[in-house]
Design a protein around this ligand. Structure first.
Ligand code: BTN
Length: 322
């Protein structure tokens, strides 16, 4: 680990207190001048560090830089060695993950960007991914067995995100089937799962789960098409590093138990639409009905006004306004 990396780690671990240059120098067995020079270099990279002659160094409370060191502090021991690639700016973490999957990247590889220039959403839409204000994260899974249906991994991701948001911010996030997460009636997160299949056999070899969360994107920043529907988490004193790490911890735990009934139960618990009137499309036709259940594969069971039952495997639903 370089001196700079160690300084980041120590400052992230001690967000609530200052640490003197001498203390840092002792811990890292280098001179105070070396500490000072490295702190200056970190500031040039964008770190916001408060430095006072009496107290020493401390990360400014507005400093929310995503780093390997900052994420690892919060990762469970068993996930600390997962490869994490952080990019300042990238077209799309999913697109990049797909590229490196083909080149042989390993199961559990994580790609994070501080900005996406062509963030992708479902149905060929874009995902607004401005610099510094969101989490743009892709995780590559190489399931041991070929999975026909990847939707259960998306469900695990949606549940992991909700669990983390609920635990860290004491709020009540909800999942709009299939994979949009809402807070106070605004969409704050979208999940895009993409499978990489073998061209010859058509078998799913790997799955890329892309998670985008608006952390502190303001209403003014959102493009006009989504101004009224999109929102941000605005967590208090919780930083992106911790949110990312906890999502990784939770998602891998759920991934290792995908057939567990508890997963669907949790998904139902977080559902925004269960027992509500919705509009949905099936075979390009528009229907109105009530979402009455979610089955073990994550399919939505809907009953229309004539009592006819439909099973929706994918698609998009709209919730009726009260
Ligand atoms: C949606 O809302 O339709 C899904 C949005 C998914 C966005 C994430 S951000 C990280 C990953 N990279 C992408 O280009 N898209 C996903």
């Amino acid at each position: 680990m370089s001196i700079k990396s160690k300084i980041i780690e120590i400052l992230e671990q001690n967000r609530d207190s200052s640490i003197s240059g001498q203390e840092l120098a002792n811990i890292l067995s280098v001179s105070r001048t070396a500490i000072w020079k490295n702190v200056q270099s970190l500031e040039k990279e964008g770190y916001d560090i408060n430095a006072s002659t009496n107290k020493g160094y401390q990360l400014n409370k507005y400093n929310d830089i995503v780093s390997n060191e900052g994420i690892k502090i919060f990762l469970s021991k068993k996930y600390k060695n997962l490869p994490i690639n952080i990019h300042k700016t990238i077209d799309s973490t999913n697109t990049y993950a797909k590229k490196i999957t083909i080149d042989g990247a390993e199961h559990g590889t994580i790609i994070i960007a501080n900005e996406q220039t062509s963030g992708k959403g479902r149905f060929g839409r874009s995902f607004f991914s401005p610099v510094n204000t969101g989490i743009y994260l892709s995780i590559l899974f190489r399931p041991k067995k070929n999975i026909a249906d990847t939707s259960v991994i998306t469900i695990a991701a949606a549940v992991a995100v909700c669990k983390v948001i609920q635990a860290l911010t004491n709020t009540n996030p909800k999942i709009k089937w299939v994979n949009d997460i809402f807070l106070n009636d605004k969409k704050i997160c979208g999940i895009l799962t993409e499978a990489v299949s073998d061209f010859e056999s058509g078998i799913v070899e790997s799955v890329i789960v892309g998670i985008g969360i608006n952390i502190k994107t303001t209403k003014e920043q959102f493009p006009k098409e989504i101004k009224e529907t999109a929102g941000s988490l605005f967590p208090n004193n919780i930083y992106r590093n911790q949110i990312i790490a906890e999502i990784i911890n939770n998602l891998f735990e759920l991934y290792n138990n995908l057939s567990d009934k508890e997963l669907i139960n949790k998904y139902k618990e977080y559902s925004l639409i269960l027992n509500k009137e919705i509009t949905y499309f099936k075979d390009s036709k528009k229907y109105v009905g009530k979402a009455i259940d979610i089955n073990k594969n994550g399919n939505l069971i809907v009953e229309d006004k004539n009592g006819q039952i439909y099973i929706l495997e994918s698609g998009e639903v709209t919730l009726h306004k009260k």
